[in-house]
Design a binder for this molecule. Sequence first.
Ligand code: PMP
Length: 390
Amino acid sequence: MKDRTLLMIPGPIEFEPAVLQALGAPTTSHVSPDFIEVFGRAIERMRQVWLAPAGQPFVLAGSGTLAMDCAGANLIEPGDRALVLSTGVFGDRFEDLLSRYGAEVDVIRAPLGETIDFESVEAALRKAPYKLMTATHVDTSTAVRVDAERFGALGTEHGVLTVLDGVCSVAGEEMRQEAWGLDVVLTASQKAVGVPPGLALLVVSRRAIEAWERRGSPVASYYADWAKWLPIMAAYEKRTPSYFGTPPVNLIAALDVSLGQILDEGMEERFARHLRFGAGCRAALGALGLGQVPTDDRHAANTLSAPRYPHGVSGATLLPVVRRAGAILAGGLHPEIKSEYFRIGHMGATKAGDLVATIGAIEAGLRACGYAFEAGDGLSAAQRLLLDVP
Ligand code: PMP
C-alpha cells in the first residue's frame, strides 16, 4: 500500500509537485538575473490574485503573524484608535498586537460561531473616530467567514483604513481587494496560496501607503518597516538587484510557480471550486449527523470546516483512526470549545478526490468510535456536490 497520508488540516496543506520542485531546486543568488525575474513576476502575480491592480505587494520571510505585525507596525501610532472585529482566536490576536503599538483598541466580538453583525460596526464607526479596523475573513479557529465586501465598504464610507486578515482565505474565498475597498489584505504562504510555510504576504492600497507616509513617529519594528521594503519590492519589479534582508529565494521561486498555477486556474473558477468544496464537505458532515461550529451555513468558511464531535466521540479516539485511514485532520483551537470539535482544511491544491477520500476516512473513524450511521451517507452527500466538474 502506498504510504501517503493526505494533509487536510487548515494549513499547511497539500502542495503541488511543481511547487515543491521549485522549493527543492538549487538555490541561486538573490541578485541573480534569473531570481530577479522570478521575484518580479511573483510580485506582479500577487496583484492579479488579490485583484488589486494598483496595490503594493510585500513579500517577507516570516509567517502570517508577521504579516499581521507588519500591518500593525506600519499603520498604528501611539494613541490611534482601532476597531477589531473578532470572530475567534485570530481576531483576538489583533487586539493584543495593535495594543503593542500603542493603539486604543475597541473590540466587537461575535458570539462563538456567529459572524460579525455590521449594524453594530456601523454604530461604532459613527460614535468614534477610528483610524483603522481589522477583520478576519475566515477565522481558522471557528471556520466563521466575515462579509469582507461589507467590511471594505464601511471602511471606505467612514474613511477608516481596513486591514483584512486573509490568511485562511486569500486565493480560496472570493476576495476582490480593490473593488471591495480593502486597504491591506494579508496572508501567509502555507494556506490557499499553496506554498510551504515561510512567507508573509501583503497587498497594500495607495490610501494605506499614504497614511503610513503621514506618520509622525518612526515605525517601531525595524524589520517590518515598509520604508525598508518598498524600495526592494520596487527594484525587483523593475528587474534590478537590491538588498535589505536576504529573501527566501526558494520559497519565492515556489510562490511564483504557485501563483502562476492559481492564475491558470482563473480566480473566478477558483472561488467557485472552493464554494463547491465547502458546500460538499458541510453536506457530508450534515448527512453524518455532525453539527458545526459556525451557527449558519451562510457564514461558514469554504476553505475549512469545523465539525463538532458527535455524542460519545472524542478527538483522542477519532483523529488517530482517521489518520490511519488516510487523512490528517486538526483538532479544535478555540479555547472555549477546544475539545468539542475538529477541523478539516479543503483549500488550495486540494482535489475533489482528496476531499472524498477524507470524508471516507472520517466515516472509518466514526465507525471505529462506535458511532451509528449508514456507511456512505457522508460520501454520497459530498459526491452529489462534487460531481459536476466544470
Ligand atoms: N490568521 C489566521 C486566520 C490564521 O489562520 C493564522 C494561522 N493559522 C494566522 C493568522 C497566523 O498565521 P501563522 O501561523 O502563519 O503565523
